[in-house]
Write a protein that binds this ligand. Structure first.
Ligand code: SF4
Length: 359
């Protein structure tokens, strides 16, 4: 059985031809799957019953089941836990902003990057997610939230550039103008800094925004919390981001979680500003919630739990960057009470398998 969400429009057209259906049928299905977010053939009412029967015998559009949901007190942010067909668990976060909604999508079951602050990195990589499993996170979360989104961030469980082919297909399918017709400029991919992957992103998906989880201004510090630094040092990562900007003219963002007494001093701000000098970029300072913390992989969940910096320190850090002409913002903290970063709900499941770990 094939998942229709794993097929490009061209592949779906070929599949329909095998079923004796004309190309129009594929476009009609794409509009249902992505445009209307409908994944039940029975509800695709303008597709003839005979065609739906043929489809159901060879294909499906399912593959995720909602297992749990956790809403913030203000109801603006909801974290969903989904189970895959093979017993894995992944998380998706739907965030309602005044001006727009956003969905944070997981790209792998687990992650091999081993960031010390991250719940997802703790258990290693189990497997890559298929394009269909990424698409369904958006479709099902929109349905649950009763709202649509025009923004997607690939910042959930997993390192998207470690699953590039499937991530690329998900983005291409979702942004196809016969489907959702979502702008690629409304998609942001967050990476821990896999240099070859950043190069591929620039070449193959140039409109997609790049965010880099940096979190430290030098290799020594960064290695303590992000083992991937041994392979790609901060200078190489920033250089890759620079080339990405030169190729795409999309301004990269550097995520920087401020950890008290670790990376939040004036000397760190100076070093960070020097590292980023001359690059058109934005630094996104992340205030941590209480103890522990990190970025996309899961605040509070990792070993070596650390304490977040206070508001005053955060503001001084931002000012120090600004004085050196490095624009910086402090990330809006939505859903702090449910710990909106990914990995926590998954970690609570007893059956989460251990996987391959890079470091
Ligand atoms: S922070 Fe991101 S890259 Fe690092 S281990 Fe967690 S999911 Fe992987």
């Amino acid at each position: 059985m094939v998942s229709l969400y794993d097929l490009s429009l061209a592949e779906l057209t070929g599949f329909c031809a095998e079923l004796g259906e004309r190309p129009f049928r594929a476009r009609q299905l794409y509009a249902w799957l992505y445009g209307k977010g409908e994944n039940d053939f029975a509800r695709m009412t303008d597709v003839p019953a005979a065609a739906r029967e043929k489809l159901a015998a060879r294909a499906h559009a399912k593959g995720l089941a909602l297992r749990d949901a956790l809403a913030s007190k203000d109801g603006q942010t909801v974290k969903y836990l989904y189970g895959t067909d093979d017993g894995n668990f992944i998380e998706t976060v739907f965030m309602k902003y005044k001006d727009r909604n956003s969905v944070c999508v997981s790209t792998q079951a687990g992650c091999r990057m081993g960031c010390k602050f991250c719940a997802s990195g703790k258990l290693g990589l189990v497997r890559d997610l298929a394009p269909s499993e990424m698409a369904l996170q958006v479709i099902l979360s929109e349905r649950e939230a009763g709202a649509r989104t025009k923004n997607i961030v690939l910042m959930g469980i997993g390192e998207p550039l470690d699953n590039f082919d499937n991530v690329k297909k998900f983005i291409e399918n979702f942004t196809d103008d016969h489907g959702r017709d979502l702008s690629r400029r409304a998609i942001t991919l967050s990476s821990c800094g896999l240099v070859p992957g950043i190069e591929r992103l620039a070449a193959e998906l140039p409109q997609v925004n790049l965010a880099v989880s940096l979190h430290a201004p030098n290799d020594e510090l960064r290695q303590e919390i992000m083992p991937v630094t041994k392979r790609y040092g901060v200078k190489a990562v920033v250089e890759a981001a620079r080339k990405h900007y030169e190729a795409t003219r999309r301004r990269p963002t550097f995520e920087y979680a401020l950890i008290a007494g670790f990376n939040d001093g004036p000397e760190h701000a100076r070093e960070l500003a020097a590292l980023l000098r001359g690059l058109n970029c934005l630094v996104n300072l992340i205030p941590l919630n209480g103890e522990g913390g990190g970025e996309n992989g899961g605040e509070n969940g990792g070993e070596n739990a650390r304490r977040g910096s206070g508001i005053g320190t955060t503001e001084r850090f931002r000012e120090a960057l600004g004085q050196r002409h490095i624009p910086a913002t402090v990330r809006r903290s939505l859903g702090a009470d449910i710990d909106a970063a990914c990995g926590q709900l998954r970690l609570r499941q007893e059956r989460v398998p251990r996987g391959d770990q890079y470091a």
